[in-house]
Write a protein that binds this ligand. Sequence first.
Ligand SMILES: *Cc1c(COP(=O)(O)O)cnc(C)c1O
Length: 397
Amino acid sequence: MEKRIYGKEFGFSTRAVHAGNEVDGETGAIRRPITMANSYALPYDPSEMNWSGAGKNLYTRNGGSNQKYLEEKLASLSGGEDCVVLGSGVAALSGLFFALLKTGDHVVFSSVTYIAVYRLLNELFNHKFNIETTIVDTGDPEAVRASMRPNTRLVHIETPGNPTLAVSDIRGIAGIAHAGGALLSVDNTFASPYNQRPLELGADFSVESLTKYINGHGDAMGGAVIGKKAHLDLIRAQSQVNLGGIISPFNAWLITRGSVTLPLRMRQHNENALTVARYLERLPRVRFTAYPGLESHRGHAVAASQMSPGFGGVLAFGLDADHDTHNRFVSHLRLITSAVSLGHDESLIVFLGEKDERQYLYPEEFHGGFFRFSVGIEDGEDIIADIDQALKKTGLR
Ligand SMILES: *Cc1c(COP(=O)(O)O)cnc(C)c1O
């Protein structure tokens, strides 16, 4: 059978089912098999081989079948030319930074980012490699414009941002970055490509933690960078082969399988999170609720202009209560699990206490400690009933 390419002539759900999958040439199986081999057969004369070459079936750190199938699928879903898949979201982020940045460069990044981005850029790259960094509230594009320097190589944003759900204007910031000769990378993990596709909005890179919504079942870690082939060739050659942060073929296969239902799961995440956010917002003892789908959210208008059809499954909220009462509330939950991570099928909550060293970067209401709540795909009324009974037991309802 001729190889099929799944471009934009097909809808998102069709691509989620078919992209990256083909009838297996050897067995005729209609699902591609898992290939757990570390090594692939060499040609008759291997002396001309490039042992650092990427993307070929040579050695699994250089490239392997299951990794390649997942890359084809994610490029298709994200509207990108090419994709590199690595062993975790952080491997994708560090792979991007290592490939792109050199001593003397300047990076602008969001005041709200995944903790490892803050550590990588502000500590490792800055202290060890003399890469200049500026942290700005990228919710304000003018603050990004003001922080650009002649040596700015990269602007990195996360929208919605982890953990405050801050929203940044991808189109506006892409224009500012490009006018300054810099590239824009967007961590799209909270939205997933179902709700937001940064490359279509002008970004150069879309980064995904596959660990979250794209796999969606909480049982495999992975990360991806999607963008132009010329940039990704650099990440493949430098970060995949030589830093070695590859994904296992088995995890690539699990994530390929999990992502088939991404559109179905995201519809339920979007709906449940909006319902829960509206419910929380009305409660007198809930100090604040942050969800980009709420009209009250600072970034709602921008989110509505770049996210569709929904706003994802993560929200943040705080109780009108002291530190220990937040923990007592969690101890009374029966359905919702207290654990880190997000984008799993099940609802997960984490209390981020007042000691987070980055609180000074967050808006005032986050300073008293708050919850990051990843609303799962259970029945919405069961999630609300669980919160309700826990609030009652804590004396907040
Ligand atoms: C979880 C997460 C990451 C890191 O992904 P891992 O797969 O855990 O390495 C990066 N960015 C965001 C926004 C995340 O939520």
